[in-house]
Design a protein around this ligand. Structure first.
Ligand code: FES
Length: 71
């Protein structure tokens, strides 16, 4: 699904950016150009970023858990 029509940025791209370390809307703007046009995508982009960050944190937690019991 397109989140930012002006820049042609999709939900998937935002999730990937979040997994790669984007932490705020400013990071998305710098990396993908989100909100550089009309700015109407800001709320949806922030929601997608939150989802992506949650996924990243879940991955890190499960990785730490599997590392802890590595015998
Ligand atoms: S929809 Fe993202 S800047 Fe216009």
């Amino acid at each position: 699904m397109y989140v930012c029509i002006c820049q042609g940025v999709t939900e998937r791209q935002i999730h990937e950016a979040a997994r790669d370390g984007a932490d705020c809307l400013r990071d998305l703007r710098r990396q993908l150009g989100v909100t550089d046009g009309c700015g109407r995508c800001a709320v949806c982009a922030r929601a997608c970023l939150t989802e992506g960050r949650a996924f990243r944190q879940g991955e890190n937690a499960s990785r730490a858990g599997s590392d802890a019991g590595g015998w």
